[in-house]
Design a binder for this molecule. Sequence first.
Ligand code: ARG
Length: 565
Amino acid sequence: MIQFREEIVHRLAQIPGLSEKLVRPLLEKPADPSYGEYALPCFRLAREWRRRPNEIAEDLARQLGSFGSIASVESVGPYLNFKIDPLALTRSVLGEIGEKGPDYGSDKLGEGKTIVIDYSSPNIAKPFHMGHLRSTILGSSLKQIFSTLGYRVASINFLGDWGTQFGLLALAYQKWGDNQELEARPIRYLYELYVKINQAAQEEPAIQEAARENFRQMEEGAREPLDLWNRFRTLSIQEYERVYSRLGVHFDVYSGESFYREKVQGVLEELKAKGLLQLSQGASIVDLLPWGLNVALLAKSDGTTLYLTRDLAATHERYAEYRFHRLIYVVGSDQRLHFTQLFKTLELMGRPWADRCVHVDFGRILGMSTRKGQAVFLDDVLDEGKRRALEKMQANPEKFAEVADPDLTADICGMSAIVFSDLSRRRVKDYEFDWEQVLAFEGDTGLYLQNAHARVAGIMRKSGVALPSSIDYGLLLGEGETLDLVRHLSAFPEVVHRAAEEYEPAFICTYLIGLARLLHQAYKALWVQGRPPPLAEARLKLLWSVKQVLANGMRLLGMTPLERM
Ligand code: ARG
């Protein structure tokens, strides 16, 4: 596609008063593809030439006519629209997809740059709530998107593995602890203990007192509670890893707040030396009131430190290790103040890279429940998705009989549905979770995409036609539907870029649904069986390309494309 853009730029530059440098950045993609592949808005030229933009567009259209691969140049209001010759376009787009295959949409843009993504980051012994689910899905998709654009990506799970609750938990375990339970199902068991000790603490305030003392000792490095804490942590991570792998999610590093329990002192000292730290009723704070960011609490009066202090320490370390181009925190919008305080404090400390830190925030998922009640554990959510997907598949016994591994397929379907529903809207929006809607085969859903992908796979299997290396693309030009598909396919790389720029996998969702819809409309025009070989081959090539791009996009979202379902 890039060659067409350049062709237009070169041609425009031959017109007196225009240059490549001036024109190149102005050229854009029209919002409505029926206007053509590229458009030149004439506002900027109008200002420089002191003429009306519509007049300039008309003039240029007349002068340019058609040239090279550009079939027509037309003015529409203040815009100059370029349409690429359909045959040249088809050959170029399908040729490129054929050559690049799984790499169509990828780029070298990020070469030499590192992006650090901090996501999922649940709290040990506390529920893995819907916010963590969203962070996991979003973060993992962003990881794929940035990797495909050539960045080196480091994925970090910053566990909530430190804080007063571990004082409580140690106490609970000393009281009621059962080693077998802990080993068999650490995440649930620790959560149960945590709930139980909290209830007990409500009746017996002394428990809170003892827990605080426990935690204070831990912060000072006391051996016994730390050993116990370490077991809680290790066992929990093992179980998290198992559940994440079900979702195809992997972390390069399991870090956590506990890593910074000693390093926070250095941060506090630096803040003090820079005159940023103040004492307020025994607590240490940074005053961010002048920026409307309230007061940032960094150490309580008993000397114990906080989440924010540990995050401050962690960013230093991350910069030292990765020299990141961006550090992305994928965390719910309810922590907006936390991150604005964090970034502001870094700036006040004089970190020149403070503005490379980004809070990629998101709204809440409301009302997700499973058979076991209000959703608390990731496993339960995935199981529920799978159970429901299996039920739906069984409703069509004929197709179901053809599925080789129903258990795995149902698992993938359930997850695709959940992942898609989560990524398909702009992330800042809260949304109501409804299993029926999420698992529907029609509408903007993950199963609609899987279905489109599997259907093309089926057509290709049954066609009995092999793809030759040379295709007569001219045979695809008879039908409007096929050209619409080709145009849509050509836009994929740009969509991936936009998704990265705005940290919005939703753009890819919208794009893929659009592609699946166009495919749906084009089935007739793409009939393969019984057609003469050159036509069947050309159509098959287009189908193959659609399947490839569907698969590439789905992988960027974290979905495994299915051959049958
Ligand atoms: N554990 C935190 C929570 O569950 C999220 C941590 C996000 N990452 C960070 N570096 N603060 O709310």
